[in-house]
Design a protein around this ligand. Sequence first.
Ligand SMILES: [Zn+2]
Length: 275
Amino acid sequence: MPELPELEALRIRLAPRLEGNVITAATVNPKKAHMLRYPVEHFANELPARRIVSLVQRGKHLVFGTELGGGGSPRWLVINPMLGGRFQIVGGDAPVPATEVFTIRIEGRQELRYLDFRDMGRIYWVSDCDREVPGWPALGPEADSVPEMGLEVFRKRLRRFRDELKDLLRNQEFLAGIGNAYSDEILFEARLLPLRRRASLKPKEEEALYEAIPVVLKRAVEAILANPNYDESKQDRSFMAVHMKGGKTCPRCGHRISQLGSNREPLNFCRGCQL
Ligand SMILES: [Zn+2]
């Protein structure tokens, strides 16, 4: 599932090709129309003639801001790709894959396609995210905004939660944008075991967590953007240190990396250097 770094890298790649451009047509694949949390005919009728004015990542969503005419009637296309959602920008003559959910044609003969091979993604077309996107008002600050928050505010926020560290990092009310993969990586970076309870953290360990979050997220965005062959639809995470590396050797201490949970949703960590 794409998390903050994948969505942020995607945003950085897509934004220059989309922002400022007018949507000329929108079509929905009838077999996938159930994924739209909005009547299909409205979607196809209301998007054309709108200008894409912004593209932002919020939590695990990508948010396309649109306006009609000179800044009128703003509406947002909000997409949570969940487990199998991917985006593609292609020339209009590229073949349409069977996983296509919708296509937005952009001036300049480009197409933005949303594909989903698990049919779990959620698509909203709204005038007010807070009121119309479930869970939106409860989202915590973006995980990459931790440095601006400062250590003391972070500590206070952290101490409001009682979860085990793994669950805490995945809790979107604590920080938005981190899921199963990056929570493993952040805890490895901070040298903390995932099943530790938050209340067991010493002040130094809270600080290690505070520092690890932006380091891991920033490094991941850079790794994704630096890979010229990065295929957004395949979501290569080979640069990770422990996630999906159960049984392999820890790059820091040489111990064997542990795995709990299923192969699809593993929890990975190193007993040798995480405490
Ligand atoms: Zn280790």
